[in-house]
Design a protein around this ligand. Structure first.
Ligand SMILES: [Zn+2]
Length: 71
């Protein structure tokens, strides 16, 4: 089993819910609010839409950062 590791500045493609279509994305470090609005994780690597800037994907490698921020 191999896990793809992303780095800041990497490019990818994903479906953006805001743009409602496939867009190019860039991986950046962001402070990301939890989906339930109950706090945020700082400096997490996420993929953002190149068109609107929304966070469109959170790679699996960033999950531990969320978990750590919650505890
Ligand atoms: Zn978008």
């Amino acid at each position: 089993m191999s896990i793809t590791t992303f780095h800041e500045g990497d490019k990818s493609r994903a479906i953006c819910s805001h743009c409602a279509k496939m867009v190019s994305t860039t991986f950046v470090r962001r402070d990301v609010q939890f989906s339930d609005g109950n706090g945020f994780a700082s400096n997490v690597l996420v993929a953002v839409c190149d068109k609107c800037g929304d966070v469109v994907a959170t790679p699996a490698q960033s999950t531990p950062a969320f978990r750590a921020a919650r505890s």
